[in-house]
Design a protein around this ligand. Structure first.
Ligand code: G1P
Length: 300
């Protein structure tokens, strides 16, 4: 009988990017703090990790990222002011973000790519599988992805990535996978990966989206991975090495996700994410949808 693998408890969230696509908003504010309706984007991501049972979160930050730490910390002055006003509902909204698991921070002094950011997590993670969540991808809480990836990793070992079918014209924006089927319908075995390929050279139109469950062998591979696309150390290249040589850290499986994903890394997609999520909110949705309907018919 195979021994049950220990439950994964650590999540790594790279948050050191400069957010240049959102300048000037991100001149003095980290892009992760931009609101999606009324919550900073990063809070959705931390909540997703915690809801998948990963209560130990490590954020890889950089300079000018102090607001992230403040957001996940208590704010006694504000809490006291709300308490004095008797505003219990806002008080609990303010406290939510400081009650989410344990959050650790490490700085990526030198921004040398996503692979390098993950390598900064090695001392904290140690020798156990861990999850990585990229902040630009928001996954709808109603469509569980990460918890299934954790289950697949426990079952099959190695690493698990999330894949999503995209229009072939979009593959150059993503890591892109070659794979073969397994006995589980939406789980594939990854045989190759290319970071941001030209459409003509893409192995498929299945894109890597920003959720990973990784075997710690990835650290050793990353240490040896030379700069790739864009002169940066790419996580995709390290995963390609793992997929090509399962003896290094077990197989790489892909979970094909068909749920709702919102991309907040691009201005247009960010606006669409806000509109979609606002429409679905119980408190804001009814009024907002009615306004949107009349705006679209009358103004456009
Ligand atoms: C990163 C990864 C890429 C992946 C994407 C998902 O790229 O390098 O493989 O497909 O995230 O969002 P980025 O969007 O940070 O350039």
């Amino acid at each position: 009988m195979t021994q049950a693998r220990p439950r994964i408890s650590k999540a790594v969230i790279p948050a050191a990017g400069l957010g240049t696509r959102f300048l000037p908003a991100t001149k003095a504010t980290p892009k992760e703090m931009l609101p999606v309706v009324d919550k900073p984007a990063i809070q959705y991501v931390v909540e997703e990790a915690v809801n998948a049972g990963l209560s130990d979160v490590l954020m890889i930050t950089g300079r000018n990222k102090r607001p992230l730490e403040d957001h996940f910390d208590r704010n006694y002055e504000l809490e006291e002011a709300l308490r004095r006003k008797g505003d219990e509902s806002r008080l609990s909204r303010v406290q939510e973000s400081s009650n989410l698991g344990t959050i650790h921070y490490v700085r990526q002094g030198d921004p040398r790519g996503l692979g390098h950011a993950i390598l900064c997590a090695a001392p904290h993670v140690g020798n156990e599988p861990f999850a990585v969540l990229l902040g630009d991808d928001l996954i709808d809480a109603r469509d569980p992805l990460l918890s299934r990836m954790v289950d697949i990793q426990r079952l099959r070992g190695g690493s698990v990535i999330a894949l999503m079918e995209v229009d072939p014209s979009q593959v150059h924006l993503y890591g892109c996978a070659a794979f073969k089927p397994t006995d589980i319908e939406d789980v594939v075995e990854v045989t190759g990966l290319v970071e941001k390929p030209d459409p003509a050279e893409a192995p498929s139109n299945y894109a890597v989206i920003g959720r990973y469950v990784l075997d710690p062998a990835v650290f050793e591979v990353l240490r040896e991975t030379p700069p790739g696309r864009g002169g940066e150390i790419q996580l995709t290249d390290a995963l390609q090495a793992l997929a090509a040589e399962p003896g290094l850290g077990g197989p790489v499986h892909g979970l094909v996700f068909k749920g709702r994903r919102y991309d907040t890394g691009d201005r247009g997609d960010y606006l669409r994410a806000i509109v979609r999520l606002a429409c679905e909110r119980e408190d804001l949705g009814p009024d907002f949808r009615a306004w949107l309907r009349s705006y679209v018919t009358e103004e456009m």
